[in-house]
Design a protein around this ligand. Structure first.
Ligand code: AKG
Length: 308
């Protein structure tokens, strides 16, 4: 069958006819659902995200983990880079780009229920072609688990990330349907200067055995150029955990790029890699280094850790 032409699905795909959306997602490893959410659903989250980001850095400082009560003092970042220097509640993923987990404070955060009711296409994307005993495809939210709930905040000056996948494959011998997906819900429009998320379309298939599969695809001239969709409020970007992607640089001087991230998985899946066990509410340990680093040092560390 000829593949569908774009990586975008119209709101209609959200309702009855989900096949185009499902095909695009399976082919590319990501999908943009335009105008999937109404803007008024986002306003509570916008305020929460901005307050919570500030509070988190105040808390880190008050509890003795960081030398100053904000993320950056004009020279150095308060937190060290990566899971190794982060906490269960916050990790600096790349210089100036943070992921703040909300799993431990869901009662303080606005609800995500309304999002789920408007995104009924999502469970279908993760359903594979399994059929239940009534011969219908499994495809409702109850079949999935909320694996993470977080905010990704890219701050002014945040650098471009290295290409990476957020998780691996279940089978090393065959390509299986998506078992974990991120839903990126922008809390402000994502323009080029704020740094959209960039994807290598179709790379969720190659990451099963990256070097040989990538080479083979290149030889067959199947590799497609990277795509970095710009997003408006109300759009939702959904991507397979296995697809190669990276956040582009935030080149603005004064604007954060906040994204609410809902990570849904098959219920058996547990993600143990993306956040550490230690909490910012634990007292600082003697081995906890003072980890402030300049932006340049952070970049050097990141490139050493780059996966793909
Ligand atoms: O910020 C983005 O656009 C992507 C973030 C990301 O991929 C990560 O932090 O692992």
């Amino acid at each position: 069958m000829k593949p569908p032409p774009t990586t975008e699905a119209s709101p209609r795909d959200n309702d009855d006819d989900d096949d185009p959306a499902k095909q695009l997602f399976a082919r590319d490893g990501f999908l943009v659902l335009r105008n999937a959410l109404s803007k008024d659903l986002l306003s509570e989250w916008q305020q929460f995200a901005s307050d919570y980001f500030e509070q988190c850095f105040e808390e880190l400082h008050q509890r003795g983990h960081t030398p100053f009560p904000c993320h950056y003092n004009g020279e150095t970042y308060a937190l060290g880079l990566g899971v190794k220097h982060g906490f269960r509640e916050i990790v600096m993923r790349s210089p100036g780009r943070y992921e703040l987990s909300l799993l431990h404070c869901q009662e303080k955060a606005p609800s995500i229920r309304q999002f789920q009711s408007r995104l009924s296409v999502i469970p279908k994307l993760l359903s594979g072609d399994d059929v239940d005993t009534n011969n219908t495809t499994k495809s409702c939210w109850d079949d999935l688990s909320l694996c993470h709930l977080s905010l990704v905040v890219s701050t002014p000056g945040a650098s471009e990330q290295s290409w990476h996948a957020d998780g691996g494959h279940v089978s090393t011998s065959q390509h299986l349907p998506c078992h974990v997906a991120n839903l990126f819900i922008p809390l402000a429009p994502v323009s080029l200067d704020l740094g959209p998320t960039e994807f290598r379309p179709g790379s969720h298939v190659y990451t099963r055995n990256l070097a040989p599969l990538l080479l083979a695809a290149k030889a067959r001239k199947e590799l497609r150029p990277p795509v970095a969709p710009l997003l408006d409020e109300g759009d939702v970007l959904v991507f397979d955990y296995r697809v190669l992607h990276r956040g582009k640089a935030n080149t603005t001087h004064d604007t954060n790029r906040p994204i609410l991230v809902l990570t849904f998985s098959q219920p058996w899946y547990k993600d143990v890699c993306n956040f550490p066990k230690n909490s910012l509410y634990d007292p600082p340990t003697t081995t906890e280094e003072t980890t402030t680093t300049t932006a340049t040092e952070s970049q050097e560390k990141e490139s050493k850790n780059a996966g793909a």
